[in-house]
Structures are given as structure tokens and as C-alpha cells.
Design a protein around this ligand. Structure first.
Ligand SMILES: *Cc1c(COP(=O)(O)O)cnc(C)c1O
Length: 448
């Protein structure tokens, strides 16, 4: 591969968190773990999750807004995050019985568990009622089912989920007409259902629509209170923005993008916005300071004594994990190579949405060759499927990959680890390795 080809390709280096840089500097560690696991593995770092979570909690505190942060559990199945949520008195947002039980098993109290998702099973509603969880009711028929279950299982705390007026084709939430009807029924069924408030979850990562809908949802609390219902909280869901790449790299990529940057000329309609602002807790701050008729959302929540609930998934996991795929082989059929990784593209969920996870994978050679020249390569998985590709983009690797080298996929904890993994070819799922400790000494264990 001559340098002119690699030089023409874009670089999208991931912004690397300090813990990962320090860990990578410990040359032997990843190879030791590879030796123990003998296959692909995910590295997860709960202290980073804790810092992300605390940053959200601090924003609420700073604005003197009562509230709760529920970790959107579907973004990563590891148990290690749940213990952190429990330690920090945060909540967890679940959508199935196993998720709910998993949260309880790691010490999260029922009252700190939110249950969302479309129509929920009777068993999930019962479990939620027994443990005092907060259930976002999606539709009128589910409302009636929940009330019926609460008659025997105990009074159920609920939110009424709104169909966002700006997203009328969403399959989640109830129309305004159905909400009105639900309010009447809440009055009639107050013995069995406690109307804690209202919720919504929006696609996209913009501040303004969230703030606008939050302001509007406060009005619904007022309407409910007029009828003597508590309505003490609103949930603004998840979708807090995240940053993986620097602005200049992302801008150059989106501006100059060409189909021949990708293996087989593969085309993509859409990419996740890998560089954006504001992100995470700063985005929550921006939502809280967005004004409506001269008053910020924070002021209105304080005045009306309404708690703000949020359900970030990805934004709590940003910079909290990465994935390591051992290299099985490398070959060259054209002016770029194909690296085959020990692992499957199912791990990298973005590959299953007709999109691509774009931060550059990093080659960690077992033996670094100081004379080596960089090579361009796409990355395929260890299956018999043409479409099993971890990276369609021709990325620049520091040297020709050899069997036994490792390929590090940065920042995969949010949705790019286990969301779509399968045991295709009867391959075992990659284990998650929980890594903690200081620079002087790393400690690692398998996630439970
Ligand atoms: C998926 C989901 C979340 C988490 O979304 P992120 O984009 O990961 O923050 C929160 N709430 C609901 C209802 C969801 O469906």
C-alpha cells in the first residue's frame, strides 16, 4: 500500500478518555486479557459512568430543581452500571421483566426504577406495582389493564406518556384527547393509580424541542392538579447528545465524503452526529435555561414544585468503554486490505441500522514495527456473511495487521456493545471486562 492512498483517506480519530489512554499505555494488559478470554471482549469502566451520572445530578442541584436521573438500561446490559446507579441514589429505566429484576438485584430500589416501552405485559405491570416502580403508561387500554392489576398488586405510580405533537407518527404515547380521558379515569381510579405526572421521549438530540415540550407538559400537570391529582413530576426522556469526534474531523468527513472511501462502494443514507454541542449534562443545563414567556424551565419547575425526571442512556455511557477484537488475518484484493476480526459485526449495532460506527478503530500490534508503513483496510467479521462488516470505511492502520494483533473499537459502551449481539455460528458472546484502578495498577474482572 503506498502512502498516497492512505493519505487520501479521512481520519476520524476518537476523542480518547484519560483512563483509556492510561490503560493502553500498560502494554501487556490487553494482551493478558485476550490471552484469558481467547476471543473478542468489551472493556467497561464504571468510574466514568459515575462521573457522567454525577454531572447530570449536579446540574439539577445547581438549578435547585428536584429530580431523578434514570439510566436508560437498554443502551448496555452490563450489571456494573447498576451498582453505580444504586450507590449514587439514581434510577434505572427498564422495559422488561429481566431488566427490572436485574436492576433490583444490583441494589436499585423499586421506587427508583422507571418502566417505559409500549404496551407492557401484565407480569411487568404487576412486578412494577409490587416494587413501587414508576410506570409510563403508553395508551388507554394499558391504563385500564394497569388499574386492574393494581387492585390486587397494590397502588401503582404512573406517568402518562405523551405522543409528541411534533412527532405525530411516533408509535409511542397518547394523543391529547386520550390524555384528557385518562385524567378523568385517574380521578375515578385514584385509589389504585397515583398520577405522578407526564412523560415524553423524543428522537434526535436537539435542545429546543425538548425544552418546548417540557414547558408544554407543565401545563398538563396544572390541568391534572385542578382535578385534585398529584402530578408532581415530568419526564423528558433520553436522547442527550454525545461527542465522539472533533468538530474539524467530522466537518471534513461530511463535507468531502465519497463512496470510494468505503469497501465495495457501500453507500449510507445517515450517520449518527458524531460531533455536536451541547452534550450530556451541558445539554440538560441548556434545556433548563431555555425560556418560555420570559421564564426558564428551571424557574417554572421550581415555582410549580415539579420534579424533572430524565432517562439518559448513551450519555451516561459515553467514554465509559471500548471493544477489542483480535485480528485473525489480513489480505489485499485491491489497493486496500481486508482485515478479518475475531468477532461479529452484530456487536457494533450501528452496522445494523444501515449506518456505520465511524470513529477510527486502532490497531494494537503485538510487535510494533518501527519501519512499518500504514495500510488502508476495511474490517470484516468472522462469519460467512458478505454483509458481516465491522467497518466498511477504508481506515488507516499503523501497520499491516497480523494474527494475534488487537483491534480496538473506541467508545462502544453506548449501544455498540451488546444491543444486537447474537451467537451466530454458535460463537460465544464477547464477555464484558470491568476495569478499575489507578494508573499504577489496573484491576479487572468479568461483569456479572
Ligand atoms: C431509548 C430510550 C431512552 C434512552 O435514550 P438515549 O438516546 O440512550 O439517551 C430513554 N427513554 C426512553 C423511553 C427510551 O425509549
Amino acid at each position: 500500500m503506498d502512502l498516497t492512498v492512505t493519505a487520501a483517506l479521512p481520519a476520524l480519530p476518537a476523542i480518547e478518555p484519560g483512563w483509556q489512554r492510561a490503560l493502553r499505555a500498560d502494554r501487556g494488559l490487553l494482551f493478558d486479557i485476550h490471552h484469558a478470554i481467547d476471543g473478542p471482549f468489551h472493556m467497561v469502566h464504571p468510574p466514568r459512568f459515575a462521573a457522567n451520572l454525577r454531572a447530570f445530578q449536579d446540574v439539577l442541584t445547581r438549578h435547585e430543581v428536584r429530580g431523578q436521573v434514570y439510566y436508560g438500561k437498554k443502551a448496555n446490559k452490563a450489571g456494573c452500571w447498576l451498582a453505580v446507579a444504586a450507590d449514587l441514589d439514581a434510577g434505572v429505566d427498564v422495559a422488561s421483566e429481566p431488566e427490572l429484576v436485574h436492576a433490583l438485584a444490583h441494589g436499585v430500589r423499586g421506587r427508583d426504577i422507571g418502566v417505559t416501552g409500549a404496551a407492557k405485559t401484565d407480569a411487568l405491570l404487576r412486578l412494577a406495582a409490587r416494587h413501587g416502580c414508576l410506570v409510563a403508561i403508553d395508551a388507554l387500554d394499558e391504563f385500564e389493564r394497569a388499574a386492574e392489576i393494581a387492585r390486587t398488586a397494590g397502588r401503582l405510580r404512573i406517568l402518562l406518556r405523551r405522543l409528541p405533537p411534533g412527532a405525530p407518527h411516533s408509535r409511542f404515547g397518547s394523543s391529547d384527547a386520550d390524555l384528557e380521558r385518562a385524567l378523568d379515569r385517574c380521578v375515578e381510579l385514584r385509589e389504585h393509580l397515583e398520577l405522578t405526572g407526564f412523560s415524553f421521549h423524543l428522537d434526535g438530540y436537539a435542545v429546543a424541542p425538548r425544552a418546548a415540550l417540557a414547558h408544554d407538559t407543565i401545563e398538563w400537570c396544572t390541568r391534572a392538579r385542578v382535578r385534585g391529582l398529584p402530578a408532581t413530576a415530568i419526564s423528558i426522556g433520553g436522547g442527550f447528545a454525545c461527542r465522539y469526534l472533533r468538530d474539524e474531523d467530522w466537518a471534513a468527513f461530511t463535507r468531502d465524503r465519497r463512496d470510494d472511501w468505503f469497501h465495495a462502494g457501500r453507500q449510507f443514507e445517515k450517520f449518527y452526529p458524531y460531533a455536536q454541542d451541547p452534550t450530556g449534562a451541558a445539554m440538560l443545563d441548556a434545556v433548563l435555561t431555555e425560556q418560555f414567556r420570559g421564564r426558564t424551565l428551571a424557574e417554572r419547575l421550581r415555582t410549580a414544585d415539579i420534579a424533572l425526571l430524565l432517562e439518559p442512556g448513551r450519555a451516561l455511557l459515553i467514554d465509559a468503554g471500548f471493544t477489542v477484537f483480535p485480528v485473525l488475518g489480513f489480505k489485499q484484493n485491491a489497493d486496500y486490505g481486508i482485515t478479518t476480526a475475531h468477532g461479529l459485526s452484530m456487536s457494533v449495532s450501528e452496522q445494523w441500522k444501515g449506518s456505520e460506527f465511524l470513529p477510527d478503530p486502532v490497531l494494537i500490534p503485538r510487535i510494533a514495527d518501527p519501519e512499518a508503513r500504514p495500510v488502508a483496510s476495511c474490517v470484516g467479521g468472522a462469519s460467512c456473511m458478505e454483509y458481516d462488516v465491522l467497518t466498511w470505511r477504508k481506515v488507516v492502520l499503523s501497520q499491516r495487521p497480523r494474527p494475534g494483533d488487537l483491534l480496538l473499537y473506541p467508545n462502544t459502551a453506548g449501544y455498540q456493545m451488546d444491543k444486537n449481539e447474537s451467537e451466530f455460528h454458535q460463537l460465544p458472546l464477547p464477555p464484558k471486562i470491568v476495569v478499575t484502578g489507578a494508573e499504577a495498577r489496573w484491576q479487572w474482572r468479568l461483569d456479572r
